[in-house]
Design a protein around this ligand. Sequence first.
Ligand code: F6R
Length: 243
Amino acid sequence: MRVYCAADYNHASRVAANIISAQVIMKPDCVLGLATGSTPIGTYEELIRRYEQGDLDFSGVHSINLDEYRGLSPENDQSYRYFMNTHLFDSINIDKKNTYVPDGLEPDSEKACRDYEEIIRTHGGVDLQILGLGHNGHIGFNEPGSTFEKETHCVTLSETTREANARFFSSMDEVPTEAYTMGIGSIMQAKKIVVIVTGEGKREIVKKAFLGPITPEVQASVLQLHNDVILVGDEAALAGFPR
Ligand code: F6R
């Protein structure tokens, strides 16, 4: 694993955008694995800026998102499809039909997961996977548990995750209880993985994930077994982390 310690959030966002830009330039028809959440917003803003400057072309890029709340429509402003459209896709020249997010409205959870696995498979997997890190060590919505799930599956969100995400909803009751998420197996098959961690709030969990034992209780710890991970953090998150 390589560790890149940036000065602050904006710097970390530029570093992550550099890595994604390099991927898109080197392989214009690449498959990007994308995440939502607060962390990658600055990275996406950087990518938009570079696109507007004429330095990046997303016309051949395909994207596969990690997860989606079960029960939310693409038009719901809390859905991850809505997030991706408004924070990235609407502002770059990616073809929306080449962008994939699990179908939150598919009531048959087995079908939703099967369909998504098929999408991942037919694209030949992800070239570059962007990940944020949950406070409980989750990646995607792979919550602390007794196993590392292989494929896309439906999860019951932990209370800590619901509480962490409640800030985006008007009340705790509105926070969905379930989500569809790519499995750890699919995430681990990405050729390259960039994990972005910023802010003091991630300091403890980043140590647990990358320096602690590999355990399903800290799902991100499995990333220690991947042979091409870049951890991009800022000083606040990486204080005390060996570099
Ligand atoms: C988002 C996702 C989550 C987030 C994680 C960190 O698609 O899969 O695993 O990456 O919850 O969220 P933030 O960046 O808001 O701290």
